[in-house]
Design a binder for this molecule. Structure first.
Ligand code: ADA
Length: 596
């Protein structure tokens, strides 16, 4: 038992805004759960304020106190007793503030959190086909630690990092990196321990290091170890190890952090497709937005869990967290269910040349990587989606303006790629493009490891069969680049039924027709290593006029998660495909049988 205490801090916040009178709310909370669907583009974007008191017992004088936000959209400012503690830009990554110094011991303290979701030219995304719900829409945590503790207020939001630089069936290496902070006023001697547990929960290794740490210092401590015959992580057997790091001083355990991790290796071959732990696996799945009918994006964890269970039950093995890092719970669930993940930052549709915009984009990428680093489910870090789309459709822009926009986009892509590879050389990088020559002529497509294509043949552009032809052309053009279908799918409304399906009729029959055709064309092509339907569920988009206003209806399930026909179609197909279906215990055996 360490002295760190971590508790949710979600209840009884006093909330108000320019358009909301004062009321008591619990977190997760968004103020746009209703108006985005009632008022369309005019939904409220502005500043909301949350406040409440925090009583600090006298004994907290020997503690550090932190507030940890998992996500708050999109600028957050925290005040304690009217003193500004900090500000965080960007709505989709977590952050932690150290509030120790501002607290009055043995007294009530006033906390005030201002959240602002107004349009901000320096924070991506600038505009997009989804709602920018405002508020503290993920869990908030109150954390107290002893003065000698693992670093908590950092870009990794208090996580320590576990890398697995080499993995094979016979052996694996793992590296654990922690940072210890001494907030005491004297030098102190301590032992750092890392204990490793196998997937069955048995402890099998303790690593130790002694340290003497100066007052006010932060020290990095790392361990590296080898393991024989690792129990591999895969969709069929998502086996998770656990590491517990501890600080011990004078025989007492002061602080503990715990993280799960996994061993797996993978490769995306430009010709033969994807291999996980040496076994071919076609990645088939969906994109997912994290909003829900009636709730906006303020989802309780059980609804995240339900979404991913539905994706798994459909027979899928893959998810793209389009267009932003999702709730930490999502990555934990994907690790446990055995879903492979492409996680991305919302640098989408447009870029500005402002230094601040570039800085925030890079900061988001650093935060997402450090926060979700240990999850074996994540195989690709994404940056940039259809980054030229606004430019392509903007007929007011002059040619020099367009050239400048292209230049700054390519520069930012290069910087994002660099930061991603520096932090994580072992995962793939990916970008989602759409049909336009600019991606080739600008050189931006040359930047990431993987080329993702958002393809809407049979919807935004004509011809279902053009899909396969386009893929063959791109494969010829980029023979050494792994190719992935990052989006595809038409809108469909369960009220619209027909026996003569046509593009733009919003019928379920047309949705079936398009998905069937795409799936067949992808299964015929080994070089396409995977694809993700747009979208798992219908989602809120105040700009949209689909069959239902303000909802993008390309989901495989409705906004309330009731299933469309297409969900059952995938389920029937995918459960029969041994290359894809890996939900069953016996995937590897089935695959081997099938290969023989
Ligand atoms: C684009 C975009 C998505 C989505 C889609 C659509 O491909 O990347 O965000 O909105 O279009 O439904 O039109």
């Amino acid at each position: 038992m360490g002295q760190r205490q971590v508790q949710t801090f979600n209840s009884a916040w006093k909330f108000s805004s320019e358009v909301h009178s004062e009321r008591i709310v619990d977190l997760p909370h968004t103020w746009n759960a209703e108006d985005a669907f009632r008022d369309g583009k005019e939904y409220f974007r502005g500043k909301g304020t949350y406040s409440r008191n925090l009583y600090t017992p006298q004994k907290w004088q020997n503690k550090q106190v932190f507030l940890k936000f998992e996500g708050s959209n999109q600028i957050t400012r925290l005040y304690v007793n009217e003193q500004l503690i900090g500000e965080h830009p960007g709505g989709y990554t977590g952050f932690v503030f150290d509030i120790t110094k501002a607290l009055k011991p043995g007294a009530e303290n006033e906390l005030k959190i201002e959240v602002d979701n107004s349009h901000n030219a320096d924070i991506p995304p600038l505009d997009a086909d989804f709602n920018f719900y405002g508020g503290i829409y993920r869990d908030l945590w109150l954390i107290t630690t002893p003065k000698l503790h693992f670093e908590t207020a950092n870009e990794a939001a208090g996580n320590f990092l576990i890398t697995t630089p080499e993995v094979s069936a016979e052996k694996a290496t793992y590296k654990i990196e922690t940072r210890l902070v001494n907030s005491l006023s004297q030098r102190i001697s301590a032992t750092i321990e890392a204990e490793i547990f196998d997937p069955q929960g048995n402890p099998f290794k303790i690593l130790r290091k002694k340290i003497r740490i100066a007052p006010g210092a932060t020290e990095a401590i790392s361990f590296e170890e080898e393991l024989r015959d690792p129990q591999l992580w895969s969709p069929a057997r998502p086996q998770l190890y656990k590491a517990e790091v501890r600080v011990i001083a004078d025989g007492e355990i002061l602080d503990i952090l715990i993280s799960s991790f996994g061993f797996r290796w993978f490769e995306a071959d430009p010709e033969k497709g994807f291999f996980l732990n040496g076994i071919p696996l076609k990645l088939i799945g969906a994109n997912r937005h994290q909003d829900h009918f009636g709730l906006g994006n303020a989802l309780p964890n059980r609804l995240h869990q339900r979404d991913y269970e539905m994706i798994k039950e459909m027979g899928a093995n893959f998810i793209r967290t389009a267009h932003y890092p999702q709730d930490p719970e999502v990555y934990r669930i994907c690790d446990e269910l055995g879903l492979l993940v492409w996680s991305e930052v919302p640098v989408i549709n447009d870029v500005t040349a402002s230094q601040a915009y570039h800085d925030v984009s890079l900061r988001m990428q650093r935060e997402q990587i450090l926060q979700f680093f240990n999850h074996p489910s994540i195989i690709m870090w994404g940056h940039m989606n259809e980054i030229f789309i606004r430019l392509v459709f903007n007929n007011k822009m002059t040619e020099p303006e367009k050239a400048a926009k292209i230049k700054t986009s390519v520069e930012l892509a290069g910087k994002l790629e660099k930061v991603t590879k520096e932090l994580d050389p072992d995962r793939l990088t990916v970008m989602a493009l759409h049909e336009n020559e600019l991606y080739n002529t600008s050189g931006i497509a040359d930047i990431p490891d993987v080329i993702g294509w958002n393809l809407y043949f049979g919807w935004y552009s004509p011809g279902l069969e053009s899909f396969g032809k386009f893929l063959d052309q791109q494969h010829e053009r980029y023979p050494n680049r792994p190719l992935f279908i990052s989006e595809y799918g038409p809108g469909a409304d369960v009220r619209i039924q027909t026996t003569d399906p046509q593009p733009w009729d919003y019928s379920e029959a047309y949705q079936l027709k398009l998905h069937r055709s795409y799936l067949n064309q992808v299964l015929e092509r080994d070089y396409v290593f995977g694809m993700a339907a747009w979208n798992f569920a219908d989602f809120g988009s105040s700009f949209r006029q689909d069959a239902m206003p303000y909802i993008n209806q390309k989901g495989l399930v409705n906004f309330d998660r009731s299933k469309k026909d297409i969900y059952y179609y995938y389920q029937a197909r995918l459960l029969e495909e041994p290359m894809i279906y890996v939900a069953g215990e016996n995937f590897q055996e089935r695959y081997v049988e099938n290969a023989e």
